[in-house]
Design a protein around this ligand. Structure first.
Ligand code: ADP
Ligand code: ZN
Ligand code: ZN
Length: 733
């Protein structure tokens, strides 16, 4: 028998399959990881196929050296998924396979750990031995008493309790025997008691409408606090009862502690947690608990979609609109598409949930691709918190040019006086920033694309990320002539220091990339926040989602415009989602909540609809805009990114690719709305020069056009340049 093996080497431009002979003494299956000799090295590889014959001459074939694991690492389903992903995203097989197993498993970095236990030898006559002991042998006596009550114990514990000499003697006498058992390194979860409640009618209806043994995609549109988690957990409960398994995805680690409390309470040991915040050992063990069937529910961020579960009964993607579900570095993939593949393979439902579904997903419910489920009211029966829009331009005109509007200050003082909690939200996304006039609210936009221009400080230029147009950075506002035009972004640190001056005796916490570098730091900050009264939490996107604190009565959105004017056709959608999510943190229990939204453009339609929680009106407005301007979901945006150490090579390659693609463009001219090559907005990263081809074409032609694009791109894959294709990328910088 022969095996087709993919060797696990990084940076090899080709993704070749090599044939190896399977020695008779090895038990090799498709999906087994093996050690093989490659050149004059020994490296790890994956068996992707087993066959009777090989086209390679017998004497040229080497034998597989050995298995790496004592189980099949890659399940048959995942081998099929690999084929799908390689084709759909034009990826290397090795890169895809690497997604399927924890990186710790490769090159044996992490190994299972074992613990030694002692077990009482039942046939030994303990009483007789006890009688033979001297009166002063108290240690041994108490050890005997202990053994009478406990048959098995951890040796470290026994050594500490009764002295290692005693334990050693007992082992020598044959009173106890030692044995080893593998122990799981488990992420630490703080357990909390949860109250029991009756499902609301809306929850009942949503749960009943999900057909469990059929493949359908559902979109659960439920306002914040409507009890979506309860719907997820009930469905998973049913799935487990029928002997199947479940995958539950959440966007960020900061959210998982919360979800984990709930899931732990409900499903106990059945839950395994998969995310990047775990230690290597923990991740490895959690993965193996799933693989061997000890755990049946995988909960985690994006990569948990690759959980090694068989017989999957439901896949749930919470906060489905979140951009973290799209992988933006190699290997690039879209979680929802992978989930769809697995749901189809297992013939089970895929459930997407959100308070603010992505425009594309909601559109899918309109065209009948998804089934819509709705939870229009909060589970506690309370109204959504009131959102007050504050015009920051008029604050300036009235002499307040600080970070906080007077309305926000008043509410903060009230909140502190009542010993309650407040969350202040700031939007900071990377290094990009727009230019805005502080006098009239003018924002620089691209003349062709109607998206905000991005200010690139290094070159003093404003750039459009969709068409590549460049403009001089402004020094005077073209609308009102004011010199108060600048790139406005306030940092969390400044907000915190101003708050500390206002409230010297109040607990003020900060949660952003800087304060959450360490393991468990999210959890610590959140625990501290929730246990202090009064307290104020200042943070970025991280505090927007999922948290459920009963005593938060005030939410302040310091700079709402930051999310509105990102250079992306999805900015309105994202701004709407963010405002809704952040606002949803207020008034979740018995107390009424209030939201203050600060903006320089109070009349913008996003604010109007968001402040009324009118998702449908927002959706209607947005989908019409997309249709008119030919943006997704009506079109597909593709970027081909080429980078190289050498400017010349990058430029030559992009030119050739562009010329080759011109044929495709000409054949499908009516379907193309944009097609151009240019230097990337961020022209250089880590000393690599970056060029790109951008195109936009009719969605319905996606499959045929993508195939042609990949055909061209494959010709240019070589070691000197890297070339990637992205479908509907989240960012074009
Ligand atoms: P969502 O995810 O939709 O924002 P959650 O699932 O976090 O909402 O639920 C919000 C709050 O409502 C939680 O505290 C939850 O325990 C509570 N809850 C959920 N379902 C019910 C119910 N049927 N009755 C009472 N409270 C509920
Ligand atoms: Zn102006
Ligand atoms: Zn443009």
């Amino acid at each position: 028998m022969f095996a087709e093996v993919i060797v696990d080497v990084l940076n090899s431009e080709t993704d070749k399959v090599f044939d190896y002979k399977i020695p008779n003494n090895l038990k090799i299956e498709e999906g087994t990881r093996v050690l093989v000799s490659f050149g004059n090295r020994k490296i790890e590889g994956y068996v992707i196929k087993i066959k009777q014959n090989s086209n390679v001459k017998e004497e040229k074939l080497k034998e597989i050296i050995c298995n790496i694991d004592d189980f099949v690492a890659i399940l048959p389903e995942m081998l099929k998924l690999k084929d799908y992903m390689v084709k759909r995203y034009n990826l290397r097989v090795a890169d895809v396979l690497r997604l399927f197993i924890p990186s710790e498993m490769r090159s044996g970095k992490v190994k299972p750990i074992f613990k030694t236990y002692c077990k009482l030898n039942k046939s030994y006559n303990l009483d007789e031995f006890a009688n033979s002991l001297k009166k002063n042998a108290t240690k041994q006596m108490s050890f005997i008493l202990f053994l009478k009550e406990n048959n098995v114990a951890d040796i470290t514990f026994l050594n500490k309790e009764f002295g290692s000499q005693t334990v050693k003697k007992f082992i020598e006498l044959g009173i106890i025997k030692t044995f080893k058992e593998e122990i799981d390194r488990r992420p630490q979860i703080i357990e909390r008691n949860q109250e029991k409640f009756e499902h609301t009618l809306e929850q009942k209806r949503a749960i009943e409408n999900v057909k469990l043994n059929e493949n359908n995609t559902y979109l659960l549109h439920g306002v914040t606090g409507s009890g979506k988690t309860e719907v997820y957990m009930t469905l998973i409960e049913k799935v487990l009862e029928s002997g199947k398994t479940a995958i539950m995805l959440v966007p960020e680690i900061s959210l998982t502690p919360q979800i984990m409390f709930n899931f732990k309470n409900r499903f106990g040991e059945n839950v395994a947690l998969l995310h990047s915040g775990l230690s290597a050992g923990e991740r490895y063990d959690e993965w193996r608990r799933l693989r061997c069937g000890k755990a049946k529910v995988a909960v985690g961020a994006r990569s948990a979609i690759f959980a090694p579960l068989e017989n999957v009964g439901i896949i749930i993607i919470d906060e489905e609109h979140d951009s973290s579900y799209s992988s933006e570095s190699n290997p690039r993939y879209k979680t929802v598409e992978v989930a769809d593949f697995r749901a189809k393979y297992n013939d089970c439902p895929l459930l997407l949930g959100s308070a603010t579904p992505s425009i594309s997903s909601y559109y899918n419910t309109e065209i009948g691709k998804y089934t819509l489920l709705e939870l229009p009211t909060r589970a506690n029966g309370k109204d959504m918190p009131k959102i007050q829009i504050v015009d920051m331009l008029s604050e300036i005109r009235n002499g307040n040019s600080g970070i906080f509007s007077n309305a926000l200050k008043d509410e903060l003082f009230r909140c502190v006086e009542e010993k309650k909690q407040a969350m202040l939200f700031l939007n900071r996304r990377g290094y990009t920033s727009f230019m805005m006039c502080r006098n009239c609210g003018y924002v620089a936009k691209c003349t062709d694309c109607d998206v905000s221009l991005v200010y690139h400080k290094d070159e003093e230029k404003l750039k459009c990320h969709y068409c590549g147009k460049r403009f001089k950075a402004l020094t005077l506002c073209p609308e009102c002539g004011s010199a108060e035009i600048k790139q406005g972004a306030i940092g969390t640190q400044r907000v915190v220091s101003e708050l500390k001056e206002m409230f010297p005796n109040v607990k003020i916490l900060r949660m952003d990339n800087d304060t959450t570098k360490n393991k468990n730091s999210h959890q610590k900050i959140l625990e501290e926040f929730s246990s202090s009264h009064p307290s104020i939490l200042v943070g970025t996107q991280m505090i927007a989602k999922g948290h459920d604190f009963p005593d938060v009565i005030l939410v302040g959105i310091i700079d709402a415009d930051q999310s509105l004017y990102q250079s992306d056709y999805r900015s309105p959608e994202r701004a709407f989602a963010l405002i809704t999510q952040v606002s949803g943190r207020a008034g979740r229990k018995d107390l009424e909540g209030k939201v203050i939204l600060q903006t320089y453009n109070p009349k913008h339609y996003v604010y109007k609809f968001a402040s009324n929680y009118n998702y449908k009106a927002f959706y209607e407005k947005e989908i019409n805009l997309r249709q008119t301007t030919k943006f997704p979901p009506f079109t597909t945006i593709v970027r081909i990114l080429i980078s190289s150490d050498k400017e010349e090579i990058a430029r030559d390659t992009i030119r050739s690719v562009y010329n080759d693609l011109a044929d495709v463009y000409n054949n499908y001219k009516e379907d193309f709305y944009y097609f151009n090559a240019m230097k990337s907005p961020v022209g250089k990263i880590k000393n690599k020069i970056r060029y790109q081809i951008l195109m936009r074409f009719t969605k319905s032609k996606e499959d045929v056009i993508m195939e042609k694009i990949y055909g061209v791109v494959d010709k240019y894959k070589c070691s000197k340049t890297s070339i990637f294709v992205e479908i509907d990328p989240q960012s074009l910088s």
